[in-house]
Design a protein around this ligand. Structure first.
Ligand code: 5GP
Length: 197
């Protein structure tokens, strides 16, 4: 795969339980040249997490120290835990020309949008509210209180989806992956001025 000389960030957001993580891992398995920005978080490790692969886990104190050291391109409190993106990693990847996936929330998206031009944003939508809540409850990874908090936050996030460049309704995984591939590889042709006859 040819590497884009400028590099580009793809922000992917979703409500919790929207199927985003599965979609991203399928994409990364299929295209090893697409890189994933591993966020730093202070949240507790959940079953299925792979420290150093899906997140770098730190304590709240360690995270706050990193904020002081200006380590983050963006950081946010999500569901009462800190999450942040390494500034150095993103700058390096963009310089090298990679397509980089960032799995971040709406707050992080807004910060990156105000700082970086070479980016596209994608919001993964569940097919319906009923399916979404059912998926969230069936994940088996969150406590009942955490599920209720994620539903409340998710409803709030859904009011901001129009700020994103693309929406993918995640009904069938294979179709959603295809939609994602089209967004990543179907670059829009640069506008050229009309030629005078
Ligand atoms: P989870 O703990 O369920 O993996 O993620 C919770 C939320 O945090 C998700 O919406 C995810 O996109 C978001 N998130 C993960 N990493 C980052 C990050 O580095 N920055 C921001 N702003 N949000 C993040």
């Amino acid at each position: 795969m040819k590497v884009n000389p400028r590099g580009i960030l793809y922000i992917i957001s979703s409500v919790a339980g929207g199927g985003k993580s599965t979609l991203i891992s399928l994409l990364l398995q299929k295209y090893p040249d697409i890189h994933f920005s591993i966020s730093v978080t202070s949240r507790a490790v959940r079953p299925g997490d792979e420290p150093g692969k899906n997140y770098h886990f730190v304590t709240r104190e360690e995270f706050e120290k990193l904020i002081e050291q200006d380590f983050f391109l963006e950081w946010a409190l999500v569901h009462d835990n800190y999450y942040g993106t390494s500034k150095r990693y993103i700058e390096k990847e963009l310089r090298k020309g990679y397509k980089v996936i960032l799995d971040i929330d709406v707050q992080g998206f807004r910060i990156i949008k105000s700082k970086i031009q070479a980016m596209k944003s994608i919001f993964i939508l569940p097919p319906s509210e009923e399916v979404w809540i059912e998926r969230l409850r069936n994940r088996g990874t969150d406590s009942p209180e955490s599920i209720e908090r994620r539903i409340k936050n998710g409803r709030n996030e859904l009011t901001r989806v129009n700020e994103y460049d693309y929406h993918i309704v995640n009904d069938k995984l294979a179709d959603s992956l295809l939609a994602l591939e089209i967004i990543l590889f179907g670059e829009k042709k640069e506008e050229t001025p009309a030629q005078n006859e």
